[in-house]
Design a protein around this ligand. Structure first.
Ligand SMILES: [Zn+2]
Length: 330
């Protein structure tokens, strides 16, 4: 970027034209509303809403608890590997059209297996669909396996087993999501994450989303995760922010998600700018582009506009997506 270009305003078109990597997105959170309703009808599964215009209000009608409830209804409609294949390819097309050329979508494999999909066929469709996405849309997908911590450690170990088995299917990382319980319970996850790292998986954790800064500290110090998802509560403890800074742990920030689910009051009061100014690496992400009605480009554009970022600052945040990705060749 020349000095002259740096001074030009950040526009949505400019952001769209930047090659972007998204490090925090949930596959089913990227499902097209029309596809979800069609798959539900094809599989004769009742879905809580029947009209596309009610889609976003349905998912953003309350807090994280309501959101998770809505998200579970998405797992219910996916009955076959073909359903999942369609979701991946359409999401990949949408990402590519938004200028995303690298993505690390979360797949909650245990939730699919619990609803009848076989792990082996799930892994083979993940492998095939990422190769097809690369060929058709020029996007590199590296899968992340996550699991809801509320389902307990047995589900966590099952998720890790599938993730490990899927490392030659493009699974590159391991994540824990959902409600953050007491810190005593959090210690249960230490062994799980240690084992994930031993197996060669990269690690991140939804942490400090609704929990506390202490949760973020535990994820970094006890479990040894390499990135933090959300992490908004880290702002409440200077020593935790110092920890992230000195260990160079990036935060996968999801501004729209945090605002719509009430974890922060507004975009303007989001701590992402505190983190950035302190030198903690941040990346911008959508979490669930379809459910929140926002693309990654829009997410970046709105954030840049809100905090008065110029092109250089915006580009540095985009570059963090590339710097901190869990890439593996193949
Ligand atoms: Zn998430």
């Amino acid at each position: 970027m020349t000095e002259c270009e740096e001074n030009l305003p950040v526009t949505l078109d400019w952001v769209r034209n930047q090659e972007k990597a998204e490090l925090h997105v949930h596959l089913l959170g990227a499902i097209r509303p029309s596809t979800a309703l069609e798959i539900a009808a094809n599989n004769s599964i009742p879905f809580p809403i029947s009209e596309e215009r009610k889609w976003i209000p349905f998912f953003t009608r309350g807090d994280l608890a309501h959101f998770v409830e809505g998200f579970i209804s998405l797992f219910e409609i996916i009955k076959t590997a073909e359903d999942l294949h369609r979701v991946v390819l359409e999401a990949a097309e949408d990402w590519a059209n938004d200028g995303i050329t690298y993505s690390e979508p979360r797949v909650t494999v245990t939730s699919h297996v619990a609803r009848g999909l076989e792990a082996d066929s799930l892994l083979s469709i993940l492998k095939a669909s990422r190769l097809e996405a690369r060929r058709r849309f020029g996007i590199e997908i590296q899968w992340m396996v996550d699991f809801p911590r509320i389902l307990g450690s047995e589900t966590g170990w099952q998720a890790l087993e599938i993730a490990t088995k899927g490392m030659n299917s493009g699974i590159v990382g391991f994540d824990i999501a959902g409600y953050e319980g007491s810190l005593e319970l959090d210690s249960e996850w230490r062994l799980l994450f240690q084992e994930a790292k031993t197996k060669g998986l990269r690690t991140t954790a939804h942490s400090g989303e609704i929990g506390s800064a202490a949760h973020v500290r535990a994820a970094v110090e006890d479990w040894g995760v390499e990135r933090i998802g959300h992490g908004t509560r880290a702002v409440e403890d200077e020593t935790v922010m110092d920890l992230l800074l000195t260990k160079n742990i990036p935060i996968e920030v999801n501004p729209t998600c945090n605002v719509l689910l009430g974890n922060v009051d507004s975009l303007g009061s989001h701590p992402l700018e505190v983190f950035r100014k302190r030198g903690i690496p941040i990346t911008l992400n959508t979490d669930d582009p379809s459910l929140f009605g926002i693309s990654l480009s829009e997410e970046i554009y709105r954030t840049a506009h809100q905090f008065g970022w110029d092109r250089q600052v915006t580009q540095s945040v985009i570059a963090n997506g590339w710097r901190y990705r869990f890439n593996q060749p193949g």
